[in-house]
Design a protein. Structure first.
Lengths: 810, 344
């Protein structure tokens, strides 16, 4: 797509720093989020949620709620019985549970009332009879084989591969046994990565209206209006042409607003039942139940290495705790195996994984989707190997990098790999090599790396259509309106869209109006997930803008009697390339073009190149290009208590080409924050123990800390300085050479912290989060002459299916 | 979002008016100072008062006076306490504790009186109504079981005030007024080690002011353990106040900043050590104090006393961080609190 490589100075906008186009409105409080919406005659809805982790619904009686003054309508699962789900293979969710509940927090009924207080009070009037079922709360429980007789009660979903094993995967690329035989030495390790959640500032909210024309409009805080559109059509049994989905400005998503959600369907149905607009805003606690966050993953890893540091074989076995529903889980499972290969060459690779259903909030995609867990394991493992070899950890990695324009063992195409430059820059800036060795007890330096995809190569449902579409119209006064289905979730996709169109048409950003994420107005973009928007929407925007540029220049050339190829659009003017002659305004040129060609408009689209292997599961992993990141963390840890602070992070990111440098730095720092917070403290904690008997010790499976006070996440005071270094590799696939920035920079943080703690106090924490309590335990163990390693000690012994054998590429 | 339950709001202009209103409304009314703890609890239905008696207009609660030590009104904001030059000079441990409460915005609203009367906290109690209903209600509110220790006959919610341990270490006195009378209660008698019934104060009594007896020549400190440097309640607090004998050598030794075994500090004439957030009330570590009074405060002696003080702490699994870790941190924090006080 980068048809012409231009130097930074040739750009008017690209690579420069400019304020987000919607930033000031947000800072001034003008932005209308979904919860800020008030429509005439609007009702407020609340959902009654299950207090049991797993139970059959015997009966629901809403009559008392309907008698309460101010209550307008109540509904149950029978009003919306059609199941849905984000993946075609996991249509296992219900807007309100019909026959059984699968987690504490599963909604069973909804009420709409004149105000929120009344709706909330009315929930207490609803009587639900449950029959309790055994609950499954851990990976070990989920892996248990179930007898035929147990299935009816103990199986969470009938469509699981087996028992409560939702999905099992086994792939082998090359011959790992032969690879291990070639190795000079090998390591077998266990790692655990605890689940955590997105914690966006904005709670999910949605407003629905059923118009006089019979159409339903949904305003929702969603990252994926297109997929919500499809799910609504299915559940409401209406054609998509009768439904309009508008994504309101999203106050943080991070993957947590990427599924179609219960409350979105419920407000639509309530609006249809009442003929009045209906709003529902989740409480913070309810956001914890909606979840879709990071999967807890237990990992067994074996790696073989030659004495030169090259990896002869790598074998991952992963168990994912999926929670109560499928969500993106099948993709998440594959992602815990897909991207280990794109950083350092792996000669032979085997990947086995199982995702289990448990009676807890469903896991799904959180920033990094499935890759942070195995990346943590791999980068800590490399730190251990470097120590075995007596090598500097950066040196070990630098010797073995996946080359540009190559295929990995699992058939992923790497176009450009900036990891080497990231490593060199980040270690130089931090003086890693010297300071790591010279640091005193308590002070430590750690290194981690990572790679992420710039958009999934395949859509979520099978089709051959573009992944992103852009439409442009130009007003006679020179105003340019860009229409695109993409959704700004704070990452700045509206700004990227505006910046690219302004660049192509040589005009000021102020003259670009961006209309996005409205299924009535904008062409489809698949949504803000998988770090796809800058690359895909960006390429579609270029595709739409260039024909218009040609028309404007052609018309100007005719009037000015100068050959088209000598003219350029720049700074709101048409000028000659060498600056000779008089400049004419963009506005005049646009009018000449409209006179010559008729109404000015154009469309552009982007479809990623078809890549990847032909085996089952090859759809997860391919991407137009991959970003690379390297991080050095400096920590100070009290060698007696394990209490520690992170002093500084140096984080280098291969962005290909920054579209807006300031925005990229913001994304990198945001990733650093989020990664550091999960490295240090974030965890989803559920009540364990025996469940069921009401007179017993109370239900297990209750989220123990569903609030922003008790679910610990870093505050601004805990955030260290981050030195961001951008590396530009000018990738041929990205717009102007760009890659993603939203997720990749998170990946190296967690292993960098673990490795720094080891460097500081000699304690290996093979787990996330890395808490002072764990370090303290490790320090106590060290004093007793033990290894000082904290991490999982056992791994379920379970037979994986025979792997699909895939030959490495030629 | 979570909504407040409906309530009437009154803003009396005097203490007399406030306590009369409370007497009139009885159990269905509550006093509200900064509201930073009360309103979240109301949203979660720990409290559903029909009437709130706002205290913001009571001038008497806003006074800070220096007479016979200091007296501060209960309505003084935590930030005012933290930044008051005379409090910083004369009672630095209190200023420090106030500065460590929550976050700046909440310290602007939250009051010293509110913090001293802070409701005890527990992971099983500070939850929404539907959450507590899903689990089953507990001893502290609406139920008859303690989820932290199933066999416990009494509530084990945790005293989570930063200022309370300091008030105890400073022998503060709490001036309470109700319609039928007034009384002054020493801090040591103000707190009760029962999570559900944790204050020696009737609901009608209004904490009007706190008197801090003069501590000229004392050294004092407060240390707080929590996961993050802001927002979080203490999961361990240590307050200490101590006075050295005015022997010739003590000043020099203390100001040298070392408490190593070889350094000679003056003998400890008086010391008070109070642990916060390890029980339902602040706990005074008398045994540890006895080990230090009349002794030179060497590192070894401080650490031995800290070890004894730590035995008082029996943390349970109802706050942040593991209870084993919290228990292990006590002796270190006590020792550090004393050492830092000597260095000040």
């Amino acid at each position: 797509m980068a048809e012409e490589m231009r130097g930074a100075n040739d750009f008017q906008w690209i690579g420069k720093s400019w304020a987000q186009v919607d930033g000031l409105a947000k800072a001034k409080g003008e932005t209308v989020y979904a919860d800020d919406m008030f429509l005439p005659r609007m009702l407020y809805a609340k959902m009654l949620r299950s207090p049991h982790p797993h139970a059959r619904i015997k009966s629901i009686d809403v009559s008392q709620a309907l008698n309460r003054p101010g209550v307008v309508v109540a509904m149950t699962g029978k009003d919306v019985p059609i199941p849905y789900g984000i993946l075609p293979v996991s249509q296992d969710e219900e807007a309100l549970c019909v026959n059984k509940v699968r987690m504490i927090g599963d909604p069973v009924a909804a009420v709409a009332a004149l105000d929120e207080e009344t709706a909330e009070a009315a929930l207490e009037d609803i009587v639900v009879e449950y029959e309790l079922l055994p609950s499954i709360l851990s990976i070990e429980d989920g892996l248990k084989e179930l007898e035929e007789s147990e299935l009816q009660d103990a199986q969470i979903h009938e469509y699981a591969d087996s028992g409560n094993i939702h999905k099992q995967v086994a792939l082998e690329f090359g011959d790992t046994e032969a690879g291990f035989a070639e190795a000079d030495f090998s390591r077998e390790e266990l790692f655990y990565y605890e689940g955590n959640t997105h914690l966006p500032m904005e709670q999910h909210a949605a407003v629905a209206q059923h118009g006089a024309d019979g159409r339903v409009t949904l305003w929702s805080s969603t990252q994926t209006p297109h997929y919500v559109h499809i799910a609504l059509a299915k559940v409401l049994e209406m054609p998509t042409s009768q439904i309009r989905v508008i994504a309101t400005p999203v106050g943080g998503g991070f993957g947590g607003k990427t599924d179609p959600f219960q409350h979105e369907i419920v407000v639509c149905k309530l609006a249809m039942m009442t003929g009045r607009p209906v709003k529902m805003t989740l409480t913070r606690e309810e956001v914890f139940y909606a979840h879709r966050g990071r999967h807890p993953v237990l990992m067994w890893v074996k790696a073989g290495m030659k004495s030169d540091g090259s990896i002869t074989a790598l074998h991952f076995r992963n168990f994912l705790d999926g929670g109560a529903y499928g969500s993106y889980g099948v993709a998440s499972t594959f992602y815990t195996g897909a991207l280990q290969t794109v950083t350092y060459p792996i000669a032979n690779y085997k990947f086995e994984a199982m995702r289990v259903f448990t009676n807890k909030a469903p896991c799904g995609p959180k920033r990094g989707h499935g890759t942070p867990q195995p990346r943590f394991a791999l980068e800590v493992l490399l730190d251990k190997f470097a120590e075995d070899l007596g090598l500097d950890p950066a040196e070990l990695r630098l010797r073995h990098l996946v080359p540009d324009n190559s295929l990995t063992v699992n058939h992923l195409t790497v176009t450009t790999n900036g990891l080497g430059e990231c490593l060199r820059k980040v270690t130089e800036a931090s003086e890693f090599k010297i300071r790591r060795i010279e640091s005193n007890s308590g002070k430590g330096f750690g290194l981690g790396c990572g790679s992420y995809l710039s958009g999934a190569g395949l859509p979520i449902y099978w089709n051959k259509m573009p992944h992103s579409g852009v439409q442009i119209k130009i007003d006679r006064g020179g105003g340019v309106t860009v229409f695109c289905g993409s959704t700004d979730i704070g990452q700045g996709s509206n700004s990227v869209l505006a910046g690219i169109v302004a660049e192509e048409l040589g005009i000021h950003l102020n003259n670009v109006i961006v209309v996005t994420a409205d299924t009535d107005l904008t062409p489809v973009d698949l949504g803000s997930y998988s770090s796809r928007v800058t690359l895909m929407t960006g390429n579609a925007a270029i595709d739409a803008a260039r024909p218009l540029r040609e028309k404007i220049l052609t018309a100007a050339a005719e009037v000015l009697k100068i050959p088209t190829e000598k003219l350029i659009l720049r700074n709101g003017k048409v000028t000659t390339k060498n600056g000779a002659g008089e400049a004419v305004s963009f506005e005049d040129a646009v009018q000449w073009a409209e006179a010559k060609f008729g109404t000015l408009g154009s469309v552009g689209s982007y479809t990623p190149p078809r890549r990847g292997g032909k085996f089952k599961g090859a759809g997860v992993g391919p991407s137009p290009n991959y970003s690379y990141s390297a991080c050095v963390a400096e920590v100070t840890c009290d060698p007696e208590t394990g209490l520690y602070k992170v002093d500084k992070l140096w984080l280098a990111h291969d962005i290909g080409q920054a579209i807006n440098e300031k925005l990229v730095i913001g994304q990198v720092e945001g990733s650093a924050y989020m990664g550091l917070s999960e490295a240090m403290m974030e965890e989803q904690v559920y009540r364990t123990g025996k469940s069921g008997s009401s007179g017993g010790i109370g239900p297990a499976g209750l989220h123990k800390i569903p609030s922003m006070l008790d679910y610990k996440s870093l505050t601004s005071l805990d955030m260290p300085e981050v030195e961001t270094i951008l590396v530009e590799t000018h990738d041929p696939e990205g717009p102007y050479g760009a890659k993603e920035a939203g997720q990749g920079p998170l990946l190296p943080i967690m292993p960098a912290i673990a490795n720094a703690i080891y460097n500081a106090v000699g304690v290996r924490i093979d787990e996330v989060p890395i808490t002072p309590e764990k370090i303290f335990q490790g320090l106590q163990d060290l004093k007793k002459g033990k290894s000082g390693r904290i991490g999982p000690k056992t791994f379920p012994q379970i037979k994986f299916p025979e792997p699909i054998h895939v030959a490495p590429p030629e | 979002m979570l909504r407040l339950p409906p309530f009437d709001y009154h803003a009396p202009k005097s203490v007399a008016e406030a306590v009369a209103l409370k007497a009139e409304c009885g159990e269905t009314a509550m006093y509200s100072a900064g509201g930073t703890d009360l309103f979240p609890n109301m949203k979660r239905r720990q409290f559903t008062p029909q009437t709130l008696i706002g205290l913001r207009d009571l001038a008497e609660l806003q006074k800070i006076e220096s007479a016979d030590g200091m007296r501060t009104g209960s309505g003084v904001s935590l930030n005012q306490v933290a930044e008051h030059p005379e409090i910083i000079k004369r009672f630095p441990a209190l200023a420090k504790a106030a500065a460590l409460v929550s976050a700046p915005q909440l310290r602007n609203m939250g009051t010293i009186g509110g913090n001293l009367c802070l409701d005890t906290r527990c992971n099983y109690y500070n939850q929404t109504f539907p959450w507590r209903k899903a689990l089953g209600f507990c001893l502290k509110k609406d139920g008859d079981i303690c989820w932290v220790a199933l066999s416990s006959p009494k509530c084990l919610a945790v005293s989570s005030s930063d200022c309370a341990p300091v008030a105890m270490a400073l022998n503060a006195e709490f001036y309470l007024v109700a319609q039928d009378g007034e009384r002054t209660v020493p801090a040591a008698e103000f707190y009760k080690n029962d999570g559900a019934d944790f204050l020696n104060k009737t609901p009608d009594e209004l904490l009007v002011s706190i008197r801090l007896p003069a501590h000229e020549g004392w050294r004092m400190n407060y240390k707080k353990l929590r996961r993050r440097d802001s927002i979080d309640f203490p999961i361990l607090g240590v307050a200490t106040a101590l006075r050295l004998e005015k022997s010739g050598r003590s000043g020099a030794a203390a100001s040298s900043g070392t408490v190593g075994s070889s350094s000679i500090a003056g003998e400890c004439a008086e010391i008070r050590i109070v642990l916060g957030a390890v029980a339902s009330s602040p706990l005074r570590a008398y045994e540890a104090e006895k080990m230090l009074i009349g002794e030179r405060l060497t590192t070894e002696r401080i650490e031995a006393a800290a070890h004894v003080a730590a035995k008082l702490a029996k943390p349970l699994d109802n706050t942040d961080m593991t209870l084993g870790f919290r228990k292990k941190m006590v002796s270190r924090f006590v020792a550090d609190a004393i050492k830092e006080a000597l260095e000040n």
